[in-house]
Ligand binder design. Structure first.
Ligand SMILES: [Zn+2]
Ligand SMILES: [Zn+2]
Length: 148
């Protein structure tokens, strides 16, 4: 089960959608192992998961969102929850190296915090009341829902 937050501008078509949380289909996803093996998730994950998910471990993937400190665009990262067989979840966040929108490096200091569901819904509400960030139009609507 996850939550969906979305805003759309009816004047220019701009908009964003955010899916929070994870579905059960995202347990032990094969492409996470692939990404870990290639080092896309950092050196620690390469050691942990690069040879496949160890026996008895559970890896769950969720979306996580980060606000680019430079341009304010929301950048999609991933968050992994790892259970090594009863010792609880290790949580790990991976963020793209560069902002896809402005090209600013996002890994400097690794201090960009992921956005909470409250912050994402507040971002949508903000554009509804302040107008579209792209065209300035007032025909912005927000919608919220659930997915699984
Ligand atoms: Zn617009
Ligand atoms: Zn940016």
């Amino acid at each position: 089960m996850g939550r969906l937050f979305e805003w759309r501008c009816r004047d220019c078509g701009a908009g964003e959608g955010f899916l929070c949380g994870g579905g059960f289909s995202d347990f032990n996803p094969a492409d996470v192992v692939e990404q870990a093996e290639q080092g896309d998730l950092g050196s620690a994950m390469k050691v942990l998961l690069g040879n496949g998910v160890p026996d008895g471990w559970t890896v769950q993937r969720e979306n996580s969102y980060f606000e680019c400190p430079s341009c304010g665009e929301v950048v999609l990262g991933i968050s992994l929850k790892i259970d090594d067989g009863g010792n609880g979840w290790l949580e790990y966040h991976a963020i793209p190296e560069e902002c896809p929108s402005c090209g600013e490096s996002l890994r400097v200091g690794e201090c960009v915090p992921s956005m909470s569901e409250e912050e994402l819904s507040a971002r949508c509400e903000g554009f509804v009341s302040a107008g579209c960030p792209k065209c300035g139009g007032k025909n912005v609507s927000a919608s919220y829902g659930s997915w699984d």
